[in-house]
Design a protein around this ligand. Structure first.
Ligand code: G3P
Ligand code: MG
Length: 231
């Protein structure tokens, strides 16, 4: 039984404020070979790392990301004095020290903006294999796929579709990124039969990690790469 690889979740949100540069550094320091973070497009066109559509839970701001000015947004505290980082700042910090899973949280131009940033990075020397782009918003992910077919994409699911892993075919996805609540062995088997990798979020408990490993999954998103890394 091989060990599923570790993907730092929102950087490594168990070790530092989620989706901040400090969380990314913490994930790298903990030895995570992959980092996942959430990306949204601000109305000014900039891409930022943020999970919720609102600012209240993770920052000292209030209301919707789409309602705050860029200057005010950059003045917010995202935890421990960290700012809300841009995608470029995150990639500068990572500097190819880990592979990167960008989760598209918004639509309306997010796919195109992310595709442009990643293409620029590849032109600057990043291997295309360093990136995986995923989303629950499958039309936005499909748009990304059309715009930038050279990058791997992962279908995010929080449930079990009627056609099992079938939606991954149309998207020509390389992975199925599944909620731990819906890891049905038949869904895993169908994904594997289609040649997909299977990654599961969010796994912090060593016993759950071992149980999922026995099912043949390929990786887990974890808030604590330090905890599971020692197993
Ligand atoms: O990409 C895996 C995981 O991050 C999806 O759920 O809500 O943590 O972004 P969420
Ligand atoms: Mg996410």
């Amino acid at each position: 039984m091989s060990k599923p690889l570790l993907i730092g979740h929102r950087g490594a949100r168990g070790l530092a404020p989620e989706n901040t540069l400090r969380a990314l550094e913490a994930g790298i320091h903990a030895g995570a070979p992959w980092l996942e973070f959430d990306v949204q497009r601000h109305p000014c066109g900039e891409l930022v790392l943020l999970h919720d559509l609102t600012l209240d839970r993770t920052t000292n701001g209030h209301g919707l990301l789409s309602d705050i000015s860029w200057a005010a947004l950059r003045g917010l505290d995202a935890g421990g004095g960290e700012i809300i980082a841009t995608l470029d700042e995150a990639l500068d910090l990572i500097d190819q020290r880990a592979r990167v899973n960008i989760e598209l949280k918004t639509w309306d131009g997010t796919a195109a903006a992310v595709a442009a940033v990643l293409r620029e990075r590849v032109a600057g020397g990043w291997p295309v294999e360093q990136f995986l782009v995923s989303s629950f918003h499958l039309p936005e992910l499909f748009e990304f796929r059309q715009l930038a077919p050279e990058f791997a994409v992962g279908v995010l699911l929080c449930g079990v579709p009627l056609d099992w892993a079938g939606c991954a075919n149309e998207l020509q996805a390389s992975s199925l990124n599944l909620s731990s609540e819906f890891v049905d062995a038949r869904l895993v088997a169908d994904a594997k039969a289609r040649g997909l990798e299977v990654y599961v979020y969010t796994v912090n408990d060593p016993a759950e990690y071992r149980r999922l490993a026995a099912l043949g999954i390929d990786g887990v998103f974890t808030d604590y790469p330090d905890r599971l890394g020692t197993l």
